[in-house]
Design a binder for this molecule. Sequence first.
Ligand code: NAD
Length: 367
Amino acid sequence: MKTFKIAALAGDGIGPEVMREAIKVLRVAQKKFGFTLNITEAPVGWAGIDAAGKALPDATLDLCKKSDSILFGSVGLPDRDPTIPKEDRPERAALLRIRKEFGLFANLRPVRLPKALAHACPLRPERQGEGIDIMVVRELTGGMYFGQPKKTESIDGGHRAVDTMVYTTPEIERIAHVAFRTAQLRRKKVTSIDKANVLENGVLWRDVVTRVGKNYPDVTLEHMFVDNGAMQLMLRPTQFDVMVCENMFGDILSDEAAALAGSLGMLPSASLGSTSGETTFGFYEPAGGTAPDIAGKNLANPIAQILSTALMLRHSLKLNDAAAAIEAAVGKAIEAGNRTGDIFSASETGATKVGTTQMGDAIAAAI
Ligand code: NAD
């Protein structure tokens, strides 16, 4: 039987509540599909500071290094101790540290709007087709956010700020491979986003993605300028399957696409690092934060965390059937009318407002 080690870091706020439901669902999936997950929980964020004086305690980091993947909740509580400096606060000391430590270069943000939740989408129903299903693949460690030089200098009468956009062939190749492999597991279409009409980086990006694409003859590749991509997401989002973007374009377009799903509570994400043997190291988390306004009240939507486990099974552990079963179970729970507060509308007939645990139970039962 296949056995994997998972580090489960629930973190702060709603983290522990939604993590509990995700683990519940994983337990049902492993029984049904015949694999074993050795899940070890460890503190991170303010929970790490409280337990061991650090947002990412050494023991938690060691556990992550010995694991095949990290399942993460969220960290950060804005009202906790303002005297703790920024670099020691959870958002930087835990999240950014993990991204760097594990070389997580590919960020996957699926945006799925089931037809039953059409009311939660800001677009008119006729623009939603049979439901929206887009995967944004964002390069996470290069481009303008990290390129050097990066500085602000004094010049006559003011300042001059410099950011540098840099990409190398290998950086583009590896993210392109992730995009094409992801498309092979979906509807087999990649839209590569660039600004090749203006940026040198865009020309290189387009050349390299085109070359890598030749290794995937079963996947259709199209190119789109980023400004048009932003517009098309609003006009006809159903045309997209996988969108692959450099870091900054991906940052912006993934949030724009996320708005289509109606609630942060529905959106999972994956950040992938290197592959060794059968597994790819990955970090899986909901797109939202710790939601302090609803924490501890059984109000949080656990779907983002539960769908993060499906991404982990597919992209890190290559357990595609189990991943698909979890996603289908989420669909069934929604079709059956289960709604947490964030996706509930009083005008929707047949919908029942449920809490975090009831939503988790409904999804577990639907597997
Ligand atoms: P947030 O995402 O926590 O909350 C924004 C809104 O979305 C809130 O109204 C919240 O109730 C709602 N929401 C989020 N997730 C939900 C869910 N699963 N179900 C139902 N509603 C949900 O953003 P914020 O309030 O700006 O940040 C709160 C804290 O979280 C901050 O400390 C921030 O730094 C941190 N944060 C952490 C991460 C992370 O760990 N990756 C990401 C974003 C924010």
